[in-house]
Write a protein that binds this ligand. Structure first.
Ligand SMILES: [Ca+2]
Ligand SMILES: [Ca+2]
Ligand SMILES: [Ca+2]
Length: 166
């Protein structure tokens, strides 16, 4: 196992709570806010509005997110740029008194995306990690994922969600 694989697997600690969250997706009568946030994210990735996220949509979303994070236009994402970016989970972590745990989770996520550990996420690292996250989320291999798949199978979503889901 290489270092990158080891780091990727390290994010698996979030899986249990992500599964608990995912179990409510699409079944809860009253949609909890973290679930709604995740569903909103999936809907924003779903450019064709057909209710599923295809590999190309996931890749394009990652590219747009990368460019929007890269405020100094260096084509790399440093720690400050990464921490300034939020998908809507930060205030949920705050509300639940988990701000510091959430900050640690973001550090863990950054370390995974920075595959070579040089302190910045390159565009190649972002593409590679995004592809891996999609492939892992697409458990049945049909080339499409939904919010539930992302909550369970995307290490980044699973990790960030684990600190806003109580
Ligand atoms: Ca779609
Ligand atoms: Ca940058
Ligand atoms: Ca790097």
């Amino acid at each position: 196992m290489n270092t990158t694989s080891a780091k990727r697997l390290a994010l698996g600690y979030a899986a249990a709570s992500a599964v608990a969250l995912a179990a409510t997706l699409g079944s809860a009568t009253e949609v909890p806010e973290p679930v709604q946030t995740l569903e909103n994210i999936a809907a924003s990735i779903d450019a064709t509005n057909d209710g599923v996220v295809a590999a190309a949509e996931h890749r394009d979303f990652t590219e747009v997110a990368f460019l929007s994070m890269d405020s100094d236009e260096s084509y790399t994402i440093d720690g400050d740029e990464f921490f300034a970016w939020d998908m809507g989970f930060a205030h949920l972590a705050d509300e639940r008194g988990k701000a510091s745990a959430y900050a640690q989770a973001k550090l863990d996520v950054f370390a995974v995306w920075d595959g070579d550990g040089d302190g910045v996420i390159s565009s190649a690292e972002a593409r590679e990690q995004a592809l891996w996250e999609f492939t892992n989320a697409d458990a049945d291999g049909d080339g499409q994922v939904n919010a539930r798949d992302l909550a369970i199978g995307s290490p980044t979503f699973a990790t960030l969600l684990s600190f806003v889901w109580v």
